[in-house]
Design a protein around this ligand. Structure first.
Ligand code: ATP
Ligand code: MG
Length: 230
């Protein structure tokens, strides 16, 4: 019921509360043009993940509207939207199985070659292939046998094989060694390229690369602009 999206996303006067009596977002307005990267920054509890939850349509606005290419989320189903959306959440979700199986969850029809290509595109094929059994390495329960950085890259690859028009990423804050950190930065830039993306950003590099930075405080946008303008 939703045609292939160009990827324009609009928030128009959006207010929202998990408990309707206690709003956590107030009158949020912004437009993401197709292909733009939006960074969401602000203290803990300021409403970043709540905005993400509305874009992913896990919740609906209480008032105002969220639109995709002009279609109100009130008129479209979550399924039709999720086919065109990649979501990487704050906690990585890996499942017991191999790296390949975990990546393929992004698109079950993906071939081995496509899985490999996703890792090539993310610039981390060498890292994955250097693991004991390469892409057939078992990740362990919830990914316990991989480093945090490796888990993050598997989640990026999962989003990459799906080739979504819109990408949502609630960036992990976990401390990761500097080398992996650099790799993740590079891979992230490749994952975001050409898609409309929303990143809850903790890395300065992500903020610097964003088309628009939205600064949140207590559920309101208190500043907006590029990194250079702010
Ligand atoms: P963090 O940086 O810690 O992830 P955040 O900016 O993502 O913070 P949100 O998770 O959007 O913040 O939280 C905004 C407000 O909504 C907070 O007051 C929080 O307590 C509340 N909140 C978040 N999730 C829920 C929920 N599932 N049910 C009820 N209230 C929630
Ligand atoms: Mg959050």
């Amino acid at each position: 019921d939703l045609p292939p999206l160009a990827g324009k996303v609009e928030f128009q006067g959006v207010s929202f509360g998990y408990d309707p009596a206690r709003p956590v977002l107030h009158d949020i307005d912004f437009t993401a043009e197709p292909g733009q990267s939006i960074a969401l920054v602000g203290r803990t509890g300021s409403g970043k993940s709540s905005i993400i939850n509305l874009i992913a349509r896990f919740y609906r606005p209480q008032s105002g509207d969220v639109k995709f290419d002009g279609h109100s989320t009130r008129e479209i189903t979550g399924d039709s939207l999720h086919h065109q959306m990649g979501i990487v959440l704050q906690q990585n979700f890996l499942f017991t199985g191999t790296i390949r199986e975990n990546i393929r969850l992004g698109r079950p029809s993906a071939t081995d070659e496509e899985v490999r290509q996703a890792l090539v595109d993310l610039d981390c094929i060498d890292l994955m292939e250097s693991l004991p059994s390469g892409l057939d390495t078992q990740v362990g329960e919830r990914g316990a046998q991989l480093s945090l950085g490796q888990r993050q890259l598997v989640c990026f690859a999962r989003a990459m094989v799906a080739q979504p028009r819109i990408l949502i990423l609630d960036e992990a804050t976990s401390s990761i060694d500097t080398l992996t950190e650099l790799r993740i930065q590079r891979s992230l830039a490749k994952l975001l390229a050409g898609r409309t993306s929303f990143v809850v950003a903790h890395r300065l590099s992500t903020i610097r690369d964003a088309s628009l930075v939205l600064v949140l405080e207590q559920g309101k946008i208190i500043e907006r602009g590029t990194h250079d303008q702010l």
